[in-house]
Design a binder for this molecule. Structure first.
Ligand SMILES: [Zn+2]
Length: 365
């Protein structure tokens, strides 16, 4: 059962209706599908190919110890890219119009150590619906040492978080594969859902795929790689540091920057804005013209477009972002975008500084 949060209907302003019509027209006019195209198929083969090749070179002892560390780093970044580019789309059901294709590709998430079923709940439902709402969006809640929203308790140590936060980001995927999934799976409450019950098969999947992951990335390397045990463990840690920091930063730049809001419902559970406007105000794009970012981020530098259209494959976000931006401006709605990646990082650091010093930060309205 969900504790009800209601988005306003009064302020819909026809924005989303008009936008939906224009976005649909874009696909009809250009005679293209909303799902994967050849670019997406190339990306999928590229990310999975490099990842597999790097892993095989590592376990087949094709390099010396220094080379092994380079391979651990490559595997780390490519794990993040697989998660962002392939698994994320597949779990949203946007990769293909065929359900089975999405289901098969969503297993890439399990292979990289995270649980696709839980992500479907925490991300697709909780995060995508209740974005940046304290107590409902689990993605802005991490550890007490990080204050990611003005509604979280301010501690003295938070004044330093603008630099130490990045160390925590490096541990994000490590905690995911060893702690987070288990804790969330056995917790009764996820986001605003009380009394969660999971299908029996998911208990099996959780433990089975975790065991597969630990076998592929810890046990097999320990048996096959010609290096000292601590060098292998250090390599595994380096993999996760690269993966975690990549995933965490991309999330932070989209939701935890100076431009985004952290609205709360009133005592009746009502939100000020409609769902679509809420998504617009709690989300930010970054580096929209940067083609390297577009290739690496799985369209998540077009996070506004992703939040409004999670069922559209990310390779289409760049062209439809112009439609979203123009329509938002036409309806006098703020469209948050940091022009560059570096600018978005600076904005994130400035917000971390503010959140580390003041009880309630005055937010962009
Ligand atoms: Zn998503």
């Amino acid at each position: 059962m969900a504790n009800k949060i209601r988005f306003s209907k009064a302020k819909e302003l026809d924005f989303y209706t008009t936008l939906n019509k224009r976005v649909d027209e874009y696909f009809i006019f250009n005679k293209i599908s909303k799902n994967a195209n050849w670019v997406m198929i190339f990306k999928t083969l590229f990310y999975l190919g490099v990842f597999t090749a790097a892993y095989l070179l590592l376990i087949l002892n094709e390099t010396n110890v220094a080379g092994q560390f380079a391979l651990w780093i490559i595997i780390g970044f490519f794990t993040a890219f697989i998660g962002l580019n392939i698994s994320h789309d597949a779990i949203h059901g946007s990769f293909s119009r065929h359900k089975w294709v999405n289901r098969v590709l969503s297993y890439t998430f399990n292979i990289i150590g995270a649980n696709a079923y839980l992500w479907g709940i925490m991300h697709n439902i909780v995060h995508h619906t209740y974005t940046n709402i304290e107590g409902h969006d689990e993605d802005i809640e991490s550890v007490p040492l990080l204050r990611m929203s003005p509604h979280q308790k301010l501690l003295k140590v938070h004044r330093h978080q603008y630099w130490y936060a990045f160390i925590f980001y490096g541990f994000a995927s490590l905690s995911w594969v060893f702690i987070k999934d288990y804790v969330k799976f056995f917790k009764k409450k996820i986001g605003n859902y009380d009394n969660m019950k999971h299908p029996r098969i998911e208990y099996f999947n959780l433990f089975f795929f975790k065991a597969v992951y630990y076998t592929i990335f810890l046990i097999v390397p320990m048996i096959l790689i010609k290096a000292l045990w601590w060098q292998i463990l250090l390599g595994f840690f380096v993999l996760h540091f690269c993966e975690g920091i990549t995933m965490a930063i991309i999330f932070m730049l989209a939701h935890v920057v100076e431009e985004t809001n952290f609205p709360l419902p009133n005592e009746k559970g009502n939100m000020d804005n409609s769902w679509a406007v809420h998504q617009l105000y709690t989300t930010a794009d970054f580096g929209r013209e940067n083609n390297v970012l577009n290739f690496l981020c799985g369209g998540l530098n077009f996070q506004i477009e992703h939040h409004l259209y999670p069922r559209i494959c990310h390779v289409h976000y760049k062209p439809i972002s112009n439609i979203v931006k123009e329509t938002a401006e036409e309806y006098n709605l703020r469209y948050n975008a940091n022009p560059t990646f570096a600018g978005a990082i600076r904005s994130h650091i400035r917000l971390l500084k503010k959140l580390g010093k003041v009880e309630l930060v005055p937010l962009a309205g």
